[in-house]
Design a protein. Structure first.
Length: 144
């Protein structure tokens, strides 16, 4: 189900303004209720000693996709945080663009399970994982 256009714009701004996503060059491609797709280009700065993209960069892309898929399903005043995730790396990345997708599998009151994948442009699976997130209330702010 599509989300409200105004909320989608807010999520896109959040991605564009986040320093970590800027550093990683992660961009939001598509977002709907319980689903998101992000893209990240291959860059030499993301590679490890053997010239392939570091698993941490791939995991960051997958984790980002889960967080934003879940943000489409929470209430005002709630925030999300990663509790844990497991990821299997299936293919090396030497070039091109990586596409991270996440789908919310189950949303409880506080715990959420999500499926995450990172693929190459041609659809070849790079990594597959399962994440658990927590939904937390925002801390109350004290007015001056």
């Amino acid at each position: 189900m599509p989300i409200k256009e105004s909320y989608e714009k807010a999520l896109r701004r959040a991605v564009a303004n986040a320093p970590y996503y800027q550093l990683m060059q992660i961009t939001l491609d598509q977002i709907d209720e319980g689903f998101s797709r992000f893209r990240m280009p291959f860059r030499k700065e993301l590679t490890q000693a053997y010239g392939v993209v570091h698993g941490g960069a791939i995991a960051s892309l997958a984790d980002t996709a889960v967080a934003f898929a879940l943000m489409t399903m929470i209430q005002p005043g709630e925030r999300v945080t990663t509790a844990e995730f497991k990821i299997n790396f299936l293919s090396s990345v030497y070039s091109g663009e990586m596409i991270g997708e996440a789908r919310i599998v189950n949303k409880g009151r506080k715990l959420v399970m999500a499926d995450m994948e990172v693929k190459k442009e041609d659809g070849q699976l790079i990594a597959k994982g399962l994440a658990t997130y927590m939904i937390v209330s925002s801390p109350q702010t004290v007015e001056e």
